[in-house]
Write a protein that binds this ligand. Structure first.
Ligand SMILES: Cc1cc2nc3c(=O)[nH]c(=O)nc-3n(C[C@H](O)[C@H](O)[C@H](O)COP(=O)(O)OP(=O)(O)OC[C@H]3O[C@@H](n4cnc5c(N)ncnc54)[C@H](O)[C@@H]3O)c2cc1C
Length: 407
């Protein structure tokens, strides 16, 4: 069996490892090198960690764990107001096996051990299914044939362009994210010590905050760049209509735009944004698949898909990477258990919504709140409600941590 995987992202690389003893695998990616594109911290759920443990060589799993933040850094999730007062502090279930690492480091490690199977600097322009297989065509005209093509090239997949051009839609939200080395950042709210937070104001502007790469005992030297220094990651989320067009903005302009949107927030945030590393500031548009539509809206053929290519979701649930990895594991399991490729693909495709649909729905929750707050009436109600919730939440939080080091 020859499997062509289009896209060496998280899903594509896990799939390639899973199939390495069962098929000839060719992975193509438009990047020249796995460390080329960045990202911030990815939190893998226990289900995704189980797939990685099952399918990725133990040596690489050890390397991933060596660059992963410990469980204490994600023992709770906080919802806060624009003055950064905690409204709700929700504990995470204890004892969960998570991997919490920089996307770039995770991708770099996953790309190891696949040898000549990966071809970087290879951009897919289209894919075509044939009676007994499928092929991809690259920008230079090269055609690569296989028994099966797997689209793992993210939302707006070029591989699926002919079969299903729109598997996801723009949510109307834009994100601007950045990373501030902790040495430069002002003293952060103590609840961030125990997990990420999402702060929101009455206009529906959100700010995701998380501390990363803290207290790693000895990250391997070759991954130091990808891991980066201990940092505060901030991610502004806003409706497109609340922002100027940032498509061509440079990092300084992006940071300035983010700063303007939170100018009435706690001043700490202005200082944190001002101190962020320019080379780590970027804008993202948020796309999402429709959870009620079929995941594979094309006649069964030798092209299938995993990850954002078929179940795109915004980062507001922190589930996209884990869901892509779960789909990679499920497709590999089906292909390993069943010799008939068409039967295996049909089995995989019939199951994907078991984990993809709940993840999309969860990720869309904050999007719906932010979108609803575009109405002036909703803002009028949200203002006082957030004020009271922030005051009560902060008082309760102080009571809870009194006598501990987290005051
Ligand atoms: C640069 C970047 C930064 C990100 N940062 C974060 C983050 O900080 N936090 C978070 O939760 N999620 C982040 N994400 C999204 C997250 O990685 C994905 O949502 C999730 O991993 C889904 O995985 P996937 O395998 O479907 O796609 P991805 O991991 O996005 O991988 C898709 C791959 O396909 C390749 N590709 C795309 N088009 C083509 C083409 N035409 N030909 C060949 N290759 C192609 C891309 O180079 C990429 O390597 C980021 C994604 C990217 C691309």
């Amino acid at each position: 069996m020859r499997v062509i995987v289009s896209g060496a992202g998280l899903g594509g690389l896990v799939l390639a490892h899973a199939l390495r003893d069962h098929a000839e695998v060719v992975v193509v990616d438009r990047d020249a090198h796995p460390g080329d594109t960045g990202g911030y911290r990815i939190a893998l759920t226990p289900e995704a960690v189980a797939v990685v443990e099952q399918h990725v060589p133990a040596r690489l799993v050890d390397r991933i764990r060596s660059v992963s933040d410990g469980p204490r850094t994600f023992s709770q999730f906080t919802i806060a107001d624009s003055r950064l007062r905690p409204i709700v502090v929700a504990p995470e279930p204890p004892g969960q096996d998570r991997m919490l690492c920089q996307r770039r480091a995770l991708r770099q490690i996953l790309a190891e051990g696949l040898g000549d199977s990966i071809r970087f600097a290879s951009t897919v322009t289209s894919a075509e299914a044939h009676a007994e297989g499928a092929s991809v065509t690259l920008t230079d005209g090269t055609r690569i044939d296989g028994d099966l093509v797997v689209a793992a090239d993210g939302a707006r997949s070029a591989t699926l362009r002919r079969l299903a051009p729109e598997t996801s839609a723009d949510t109307g939200l834009v994100g601007i994210a950045g990373s501030t080395p902790l040495g430069r950042a002002p003293r952060f709210p103590r609840y961030l010590d125990h997990g990420p937070a999402l702060a929101v104001d009455r206009f529906g502007t959100g700010m995701f905050l998380s501390l990363t790469s803290r207290g790693l005992s000895s990250p391997p030297a070759d991954l130091a760049d990808a891991v980066g220094p201990p940092s505060l990651v901030w991610g502004l989320i806003a409706r497109r209509d609340a922002l100027p067009d940032v498509r061509d903005a440079d990092p300084e302009e992006l940071a300035a735009t983010a700063s303007v949107l939170v100018r009435r927030w706690h001043p700490w945030l202005q200082d944190a944004i001002a101190a962020s590393a320019a080379d780590r500031t970027a804008a993202f548009s948020f796309r999402a698949a429709d959870p009620s539509e079929p995941r594979f809206p094309w006649s069964p053929c030798r092209i299938t898909a995993i990850g954002d290519a078929v179940h795109a979701m915004p980062p507001t649930g922190g589930r996209a990477g884990s869901t892509a990895i779960r789909s990679a594991g499920a497709l590999a399991d089906a292909l390993i258990a069943e010799a008939d490729i068409d039967v295996a693909v049909a089995r995989y495709q019939s199951r994907v919504n078991e984990w993809a649909r709940p993840a999309i729905l969860e990720s869309l929750g904050p999007v719906r709140v932010i979108t609803a707050l575009r109405h002036p009436l909703a803002q009028l109600v949200a203002g006082p409600a957030l004020g009271v919730a922030g005051a009560v939440g902060a008082a309760l939080y102080r009571l809870r941590v009194r006598g501990t080091r987290d005051d």
